[in-house]
Design a binder for this molecule. Structure first.
Ligand code: GZL
Length: 305
C-alpha cells in the first residue's frame, strides 16, 4: 500500500490523483445547478482528480467547516465559490499555514490575507450590471419608467457588483429605481419580493433581477396580479440559463445578460498548473454575452445549460 501523500505536499507526480476539496454555495438557482455539473463533470478521476464536494445551503458557516474538513484531510488543493465577500480571513490563513493552495471560482472575496488564493475564475459582475443598465437606458430612457430591483444574496459579490453596474449605467437617464430588496437568488424569493413590490407600488414599469430565477419568480407574481410580464412590466435579468432563455423567447422577459456557469475546465487547468508549480493567471475573466427576445429564439436550441 503506497504511503498516503502528506497533507499539502505537492501532488500530481506520476499518475497519482490530485485531491481537490470543493465547497459550493448551494443549489439555489438554475445557474448553480449548471455550475455544479460543470465542476463535477470536469474534476473527475479520469481527468486525474479525486473530488470531495460539499453543498453549503447558502450558509457561510457551512462553507468554512467544509474547508476546514478538507484542510484536516490534507487535500492537495482547495477550491470554493464564496457565498459572501467577507469573513474568510481565518480559514484562508489556516489553508496557507497548511500549505494548501486555494482557487476561487464564480465569486470573489475581500480579504486581508496576503496571497490568499492562486486564482479567481469568474465573470465581471459590474460589467454584467452595466450591460443590463445600458440596454434599459437605450430602450426606455425618456419614458419616465419606474424600476424595482430584485437583489441577489446580501453581501455576495454578484449582488453588490450588479447593483453598482446597473445604477451607474442608468445615471443621467429618467429611469428611477423606486425599490430594491434581496430575493436571495431564488425563484421563491423573487416571487415573494415581487408580490410585496406590487402591493406597495402601482406604477412599476421595469423589473431588474440579479438572476433569471428571481425574474421567473417575478413573472409568477406579475401574472397572479393580472398583468402581462414583458409588456405591462418589462423584465431584465442576468444568467441566461435555459428557463430564463425560454421565458425571453416567449416574450415574458425582455433582455438577459449571460453569466457563464461552465467554470470546470478553467478550474481543472488552474489546479494542474498550480500542482505542477507553473504560474497561473491570478484573475481569469469569463466572457459573457447578452440576448434580446429575437436572439434567444435563435440561441435556445444550442444552449448547453
Ligand atoms: C454568478 C453566481 C450567481 C448567479 C445566480 O456567478 O454567483 O449565483 O447569477 C447564482 O443565479 O445563484
Amino acid at each position: 500500500e503506497p504511503p498516503a501523500a502528506e497533507g499539502g505536499e505537492a501532488a500530481g507526480g506520476g499518475d497519482e490523483l490530485i485531491s481537490v476539496g470543493f465547497s459550493q454555495v448551494g443549489a439555489e438557482s438554475g445557474w448553480r445547478a449548471a455550475n455544479t455539473k460543470s465542476i463535477q463533470d470536469t474534476i473527475t478521476e479520469e481527468n486525474g482528480f479525486e473530488l470531495s464536494f460539499s453543498d453549503a445551503q447558502q450558509k457561510q458557516e457551512n462553507q468554512i467547516s467544509a474547508l476546514r474538513n478538507y484542510i484536516a484531510q490534507g487535500v492537495d488543493v482547495l477550491a470554493f465559490s464564496p457565498v459572501v465577500e467577507t469573513g474568510w480571513d481565518a480559514v484562508l490563513e489556516e489553508a496557507k499555514a497548511a500549505n494548501i493552495p486555494v482557487v476561487l471560482t464564480d465569486r470573489a472575496v475581500e480579504t486581508e490575507v496576503e496571497d490568499a488564493y492562486v486564482s479567481f475564475i469568474g465573470s465581471d459582475f459590474v460589467k454584467e450590471g452595466e450591460m443590463a443598465g445600458e440596454w434599459a437606458a437605450e430602450e426606455y430612457d425618456g419614458e419616465g419608467y419606474k424600476v424595482v430591483e430584485l437583489q441577489g444574496t446580501t453581501g455576495s459579490a454578484p449582488a453588490i457588483d450588479r447593483k453598482e453596474g446597473f445604477a451607474s449605467a442608468i445615471e443621467g437617464t429618467d429611469l428611477e429605481i423606486i425599490d430594491s430588496q434581496t430575493g436571495d437568488f431564488t425563484r421563491d424569493g423573487g416571487k415573494k419580493v415581487m408580490e410585496g413590490f406590487l402591493t406597495a407600488h402601482d406604477d412599476i414599469d421595469v423589473v431588474f433581477a440579479h438572476n433569471d430565477d428571481m425574474g421567473l419568480g417575478a413573472i409568477e407574481a406579475i401574472e397572479a396580479a393580472g398583468k402581462t410580464p414583458g409588456e405591462d412590466i418589462k423584465i431584465i435579468t442576468i444568467d441566461a440559463v435555459k428557463d430564463g432563455m425560454q421565458a425571453l423567447a416567449d416574450g415574458k422577459i425582455n433582455y438577459i445578460v449571460e453569466c457563464n456557469p461552465l467554470l470546470g475546465p478553467d478550474l481543472a487547468e488552474v489546479i494542474k498548473a498550480t500542482v505542477a508549480g507553473e504560474p497561473v493567471e491570478e484573475r481569469i475573466v469569463v466572457k459573457d454575452e447578452a440576448f434580446d427576445q429575437e436572439a434567444a429564439v435563435a440561441a435556445l436550441p444550442d444552449r448547453q445549460y
